[in-house]
Design a protein around this ligand. Structure first.
Ligand SMILES: Cc1ncc(COP(=O)(O)O)c(C=O)c1O
Length: 375
């Protein structure tokens, strides 16, 4: 991933392409393709394949626990981040008068379960200023009624990374709320210290280079009672096939309760392979290689006649930066014509830099941006 040789070996599809869209879709290494083949081979065994599926499940959970800094009992895998958040909303059993704090840099998955019809809590919006969320703006939103503060660690919108220790300190000092963190745009890209977070959620098709169909859930045991999901199912129940099964259903507390039925095993195989790959390269090494590319890109793009949406301080970013231009669509088309892949959405262009990117990728992007902006 980090050298020409390993990039060519593990990501042959990137040859001749400037791929800067890992915040939307990561490019899986070939080992993830092998994991899918393995799934199919194991599935052909019918019921005998179940032990092999379970082994992949356990290996994926063990890897995930390492990334989240939790034990294997404190993590589980559902089908996507949105599912995890909807189950989380069930677990909180909010009442009228309860308050939930969301923010305007967050992805809808974590922000909207509290906004849908029938959700009884009052939602308070922590607004960004100049592309950054400031802790001093959060504090007045906190109080005895706050039940949940939910945010992404890294914004999908502009790449801003919240100052996690300061945010957590403010939440703990000014409320007794649960704190949930979406690490989709961080996991696999930057080293994480998630101590004291009550609920951790991540999608699986971006920076961890796995597939669609996973939602990675972490709940430390101290928060498990608060996150007991009252959902029907069987995988999530303590005794789904016991003698009392048509009289009562007892939910597993914490992360285990977020996997309601049969795990999405094809995704689980891919997640195991993706996390294994990231671990073998090392998140520190990925960040050491890709961090300077973000700084380089920020500086170069910051000099262009575009509206930068990301903070100018690279230490507040992980792998994403974003900017706006009235002719974003035309610029995007120009970049695509040069086989440069960035995200274009609602007038904003987003660049994402992972361990398989190079300084040359940034130079090519900036040169073609200049060319597009001239014409
Ligand atoms: C921060 C964040 N969370 C979640 C998701 C995706 O959610 P889901 O796994 O439900 O599709 C995205 C996708 O862009 C995201 O950026």
């Amino acid at each position: 991933m980090l050298t020409d040789a390993s990039r060519r070996r593990d990501f042959p599809s990137l040859e001749g392409k400037v791929y800067l869209n890992s915040a939307a879709e990561g490019i899986p290494p070939l080992s993830v393709g092998k994991a899918f083949e393995q799934y199919f081979a194991d599935k052909l065994l019918g019921m005998d394949g179940r032990d092999l599926h379970a082994a992949q499940w356990n290996a994926a959970k063990e890897l995930l626990a390492g990334f989240y800094g939790l034990s294997t009992d404190e993590v589980s895998i559902c089908s996507c981040s949105s599912e995890a958040y909807n189950l989380a909303a069930m677990a909180l059993r909010l009442k009228a008068g309860d308050e939930v704090v969301i923010n305007d840099l967050d992805f809808p998955a974590g922000a909207t379960p509290w906004l849908v019809p029938g959700s009884p809590a009052t939602v308070k919006l922590w607004r960004h200023r100049d592309g950054a969320l400031h802790v001093e703006d959060l504090i007045p939103l906190l109080g005895p009624k706050t039940r949940l503060v939910t945010t992404s660690l890294v914004s999908f919108f502009n790449g801003f990374m919240i100052p996690l220790p300061q945010v957590l300190a403010a939440v703990r000092k000014h409320s007794s709320a649960q704190f949930s963190l979406d690490v989709t745009q961080a996991l696999g890209r930057i080293p994480l210290d998630l101590r004291d977070v009550d609920l951790i959620v991540s999608s699986t098709h971006k920076w961890i280079l796995a597939s669609h169909g996973g939602g990675l859930v972490g709940v430390p045991s101290k928060s498990a009672a608060a996150w007991t999901v009252p959902a029907g199912g069987w995988f999530n129940l303590t005794d789904a096939f016991g003698a009392q099964r048509f009289e009562t259903a007892v939910n597993k507390p914490g992360a285990a309760g977020f996997t309601v039925g049969m795990p999405n095993y094809p995704a689980v195989y891919a997640i195991r392979a993706g996390l294994d790959y990231i671990r073998s390269v090392g998140v520190e090494a990925i960040h050491a290689a890709a961090g300077p590319l973000v700084a380089q890109c920020l500086e170069e793009v910051g000099r262009l006649p575009v509206e930068l949406l990301s903070p100018r301080d690279p230490s507040r970013l992980a792998g994403i930066l974003a900017f706006r231009h009235p002719e974003a669509d035309r610029i995007h088309k120009h970049l695509r014509s040069k086989n440069i892949h960035v995200m274009s959405h609602a007038g904003r262009l987003r660049v994402a830099l992972h361990g398989y990117n190079t300084s040359k990728d940034v130079e090519t992007l900036v040169a073609e941006m200049k060319s597009a902006l001239k014409s």
